[in-house]
Each structure stands twice: as C-alpha cells, then as structure tokens.
Design a protein around this ligand. Structure first.
Ligand code: ZN
Length: 138
C-alpha cells in the first residue's frame, strides 16, 4: 500500500462511502454542475477560502465520478496550488500533480474492492467500473 491507499482507506472509513460527491460535500466543498463546453471535464477553485469543484454537466456517470474524485484529490494532495482545468485532451498529462490526482481518483473509485484470487488487474478494474484507458492510473 502506498500513502494514497492509506489516505483513501481513512476517507472511506470516515465517510462510510467511496462516493466522491458525498465525500466532497461532507468536506464542505461546494460541487457545482455547469456548462463547461466539450473539452473541460472540471476544475477546482478556492475563493475566499471556500473550496468548490466545478463539473461538466454533460459527463457520463464514470466521467462525473472520476472528475469529482480527481478535483477532490487536488484539494487533499495539492492545497494552495493553482491546478489546471481537467481537459479531455490532457487527461493523460504527464504533469506530476495531474498524475497524482488521477491516481487518487482511480484508487478512490476502486474503494474497498479487492481482486479475487487469480483475477487480472484488467478484469478487476473493469469490474470496478473503470474503463480500460484509465487503468494506467491504478
Ligand atoms: Zn487536475
């Protein structure tokens, strides 16, 4: 287990869920669903010390959860950092903070699920609802 795993286990225990929306709102973060066009999935902002997560209202269920979890990851991992917009075309950015937020998001979405005996990483993550192109973040 890495430090992200420990942080996520603590979060899930505290909140009784791995649902990113519920965890974010229970952390007093305002989660807003907005018209953000075709390419922006979401962003995190902290104005007058009030943190907010803005999510594109056209995302599907996975995209919505992933985007909230990613932005919440920035809130936990990168406080005070101006983080870039989560854009469709930079989802697979090599930027360190983006990779850390993606890793955090996937780990949170996997939650307490465990691979079954003999189950491959690919089958396990698909079972957790993670599309294949995102497996690289696990
Ligand atoms: Zn980001």
């Amino acid at each position: 287990m890495d430090s992200t795993d420990h942080a996520i286990q603590r979060l899930i225990k505290t909140h009784g869920t791995n649902d990113p929306f519920r965890i974010a709102t229970q952390n007093n973060i305002v989660v807003l669903f907005e018209e953000l066009g075709k390419n922006i999935w979401g962003y995190y902002a902290c104005i007058n010390r009030i943190p907010s997560i803005h999510i594109n209202n056209h995302l599907d269920d996975f995209g919505t959860k992933f985007a909230i979890a990613h932005e919440f990851g920035h809130h936990k991992l990168h406080p005070g950092v101006n983080t870039p917009f989560l854009r469709k075309n930079t989802l697979f950015s090599i930027d360190k903070i983006e990779r850390e937020a993606n890793h955090f998001a996937i780990k949170l979405m996997v939650g307490n699920n465990q691979p079954e005996y003999g189950e491959t990483k690919q089958c396990f993550l698909l079972r957790c609802g993670i599309p294949e192109e995102f497996h690289v973040f696990y």
